[in-house]
Write a protein that binds this ligand. Structure first.
Ligand code: AMP
Ligand code: MG
Length: 348
């Protein structure tokens, strides 16, 4: 089985815990980055821009020589996010993904090699996690409507549970086609596409020579270098307190993704219906409140944060410990924090 990471482990130390959050309350939601003291060198300066895309907030920051260069680069990054959304969104009818969902159970559908490669990576994570990560979750997941507080009923779950199985997705790399071997299959790349897009954006910045910067899309962030000689400080959101942080992490040149049950959800009759679905049941995974994964690239950390969320503390950490270069911080249902063995838990 292919290893999905290959970079040396990055040690992080936790600066704070859920028990002492007051001084951190003003830190922004999701994963956000606190600005460290800036020491200006030459004429270079920080540039940043945020916008809405892929159903979330996208943010780019970089240390650049000129405003013109920075603006051109951020324009390119913006274009890239738009391109990927147009290809991979299940909400855009003309996207390649929508076409696959319409036609692939009838006959193989020809798509871009980029989509094939991302689906291939998704299937690898499915194998690695024995199906906890499974893009066919959407065979039932598509019936959740979080805005209008609607969950699939039992008959919809029963009629489609069999369709949730990554083995139904058959890719032919040579012909660049995708085929579904079950008629009810529907796929969604929501657990991996944002991370992939962040990696593409980072590629653009690095190719242009940027040595300090970051790109984030919702819960997925990737850092280039450090912040003028000091680590970036990344905050992990407290899953149950708006605008509060659970922990601060000093990080450099890594990707970090958080999956939480507070992102898209509604509560009905005491049950929290949220957007991370257990492929075994077709229902929201209930073992933990949030999972943060640190690793070498955002495609990997995005997929693994969703995966470990489904697996829960024990099985999730077991998987993480098998993967070199990957670390995890899990907040369970009792708000207890669990760290993979390479991380140092904060003092109580
Ligand atoms: P994230 O915010 O990265 O944890 O991803 C959550 C998104 O992943 C959801 O909004 C769905 O689009 C997708 N998703 C939900 N459950 C699964 C699953 N079991 N396997 C793969 N993707 C999933
Ligand atoms: Mg994820």
């Amino acid at each position: 089985m292919e290893r999905i990471s290959g970079q040396p482990n990055v040690k992080v130390s936790c600066l704070n815990s859920l028990n002492s959050l007051n001084s951190l309350d003003r830190l922004c939601g999701f994963v956000c980055v606190a600005l460290l003291l800036l020491t200006s060198t030459a004429n270079a300066q920080w540039f940043e821009r945020s916008w809405n895309g892929m159903g979330t907030r996208i943010h780019v920051e970089l240390w650049g020589e000129t405003e013109l260069q920075a603006n051109e680069l951020i324009d390119q990054v913006h274009e890239e996010f738009l391109r990927l959304e147009a290809s991979m969104s299940p909400y855009i009818e003309s996207s390649e993904l929508s076409e696959v969902n319409r036609l692939a159970s009838k006959a193989p559908v020809k798509v871009s090699s980029e989509l094939i490669q991302l689906i291939k990576k998704s299937l690898q994570v499915s194998q690695l996690s024995h199906g906890a990560f499974d893009i066919t979750y959407a065979s039932i997941g598509r019936y959740y409507d979080y805005r209008n507080k609607r969950a699939p009923d039992q008959s919809q779950i029963e009629a489609n549970l069999e369709a949730i199985n990554y083995r139904h997705v058959v890719i032919d790399e040579q012909k660049s086609t995708i085929y579904f071997s079950h008629s009810h299959v529907y796929i969604d790349l929501g657990g991996i596409a944002k991370g992939y897009s962040v990696d593409r954006a980072i590629g653009i910045l690095k190719k242009a020579g940027i040595t300090s910067g970051l790109v984030s899309a919702g819960g997925d962030t990737r850092l280039i270098g450090n912040k003028l000689g000091k680590p970036w400080i990344v905050a992990i959101k407290d899953p149950r307190r708006e605008d509060a942080s659970a922990v601060l992490l000093p990080l450099e040149e890594v990707a970090i993704s958080t999956s939480g049950d507070y992102e898209r959800y509604f509560v009905q009759d005491g049950v929290r219906y949220h957007h991370i679905i257990s492929p075994k049941t077709g229902k929201s995974a209930g073992e933990v409140q949030s999972v943060t994964i640190i690793g070498p690239d955002s495609t990997t950390t995005d997929a693994l944060s969703t995966t470990v969320f489904v697996l829960g503390v024990e099985k999730g950490l077991e998987l993480v410990e098998r993967l070199p270069g990957i670390d995890a911080i899990i907040v369970d249902q009792q708000r207890k924090m669990h760290y993979s063995s390479e991380l140092t838990a904060p003092q109580k």
